[in-house]
Design a protein around this ligand. Structure first.
Ligand SMILES: NC(=O)c1ccc[n+]([C@@H]2O[C@H](COP(=O)([O-])OP(=O)(O)OC[C@H]3O[C@@H](n4cnc5c(N)ncnc54)[C@H](O)[C@@H]3O)[C@@H](O)[C@H]2O)c1
Length: 294
């Protein structure tokens, strides 16, 4: 299929581009950075530079594509002023959905975030009501990043209600690849007391990329939202035990797919998308959280 991938230069975009090309899709990679002017080599995607908060540029890049995978965003709220995060992330999603509806795009894959429920960047902290957190968990975000992601999901609802566009939203956990596993997860592998709002969850970038390919190729109608995380937790510990140890009875424990599951449920993605992650932090780190040699 002819696929437009936004945010193609980023962490998620680079992994998604490789997986989409390997799956045989005709890919246009898109990002805000200028391209080089060297020859495009076989196996490399076409490239389009676009600032997606500008509606004209969003329309220009969407035109001619059957599928849009939207991974462009400021990926968290703490390094830019709040209105910049909100405006960049919400308006780029709005413009791309408007263009997708106008041009009769058949599938829109919206990369949202595990932060949508709100307990990652709150000014007034609160905990998940239950774990593993799933798609039915209430969302009460306070910060501009998670609010824009939640509103982006609502824009997908509206687009599928007013047109034949089909949308899939993926909410990835914290994205890891060979270059950042140790930096991001090493301390938590060594010590479960290094807490994170996602309750020891993470996602391998290549497993996320495989989920994106599944979403591109899916026949699901309407708009479906899926959490995407790795099946095990950071450190590979007994989840029920560490949840009790660090949170007491503040978070209701729900059934686990496996004893070392993370705090995010991927059961809906397994069931409806055929998501079957194969990687683990253990492929990159030893039991002390240090990068494996080679
Ligand atoms: N990194 C994570 O742990 C994580 C977790 C959950 C969700 N996400 C989401 O995944 C997606 C990709 O994140 P990432 O980690 O690859 O981030 P990244 O910063 O590595 O890449 C994002 C890319 O989007 C581009 N971009 C941003 N605003 C743009 C605009 N207005 N027009 C055109 N391009 C623009 C940037 O230039 C960048 O190359 C984002 O939607 C992010 O919110 C990331």
């Amino acid at each position: 299929m002819k696929v437009l991938l936004t945010g193609a230069n980023g962490k998620v975009g680079r992994a998604a581009a490789a997986a989409l090309m390997a799956a045989g899709h005709e890919l246009t990679a898109c990002d805000v950075a200028r391209h080089h002017f060297d020859r495009t080599l076989p196996g490399e995607p076409a490239y389009q530079q676009a600032e997606l908060t500008d509606a004209g540029q969003a329309y220009a890049v969407v035109r001619g594509h059957e599928v849009v995978v939207h991974a462009a965003a400021l990926p968290e709220p703490t390094h830019n002023p709040p209105h910049v995060v909100f405006q960049n992330n919400l308006m780029s999603t709005f413009n791309l959905l408007e263009a997708a509806v106008s041009f009769g795009v058949s599938r829109f894959v919206n990369i949202s975030s595990e932060t949508v429920p709100g307990f990652f960047f709150p000014e007034r902290p609160f905990l998940p009501s239950y774990a593993p957190v799933d798609e039915d968990h209430p969302a009460h975000p306070q910060d501009p990043y998670a609010l824009a992601k939640l509103f982006g999901e609502q824009l997908c609802d509206a687009a599928t209600e007013r047109s034949d566009l089909r949308c899939i939203t993926l909410r990835p956990s914290h994205v890891q690849h060979e270059g950042n596993y140790e930096r991001n997860l090493g301390a938590q592998v060594r010590d479960a007391a290094v807490l994170s709002p996602n309750l020891w969850s993470y996602i391998d970038a290549d497993d996320l990329a495989d989920a994106i390919v599944l979403a591109v190729q899916s026949d699901l109608l309407g708009h479906e939202v899926f959490y995407i995380a790795s099946p095990d937790n950071v450190g590979g510990r007994d989840f029920a035990q560490i949840l009790r140890q660090y949170y007491g009875d503040q978070i209701e424990l729900r059934p686990l797919a496996r004893p070392d599951a993370g705090g995010i449920s991927i059961e809906k993605a397994r069931r409806l998308l055929g998501y079957a992650p194969t990687r683990s932090w253990r492929d990159y780190l030893d039991k002390d959280g240090r990068a494996l040699a080679g």
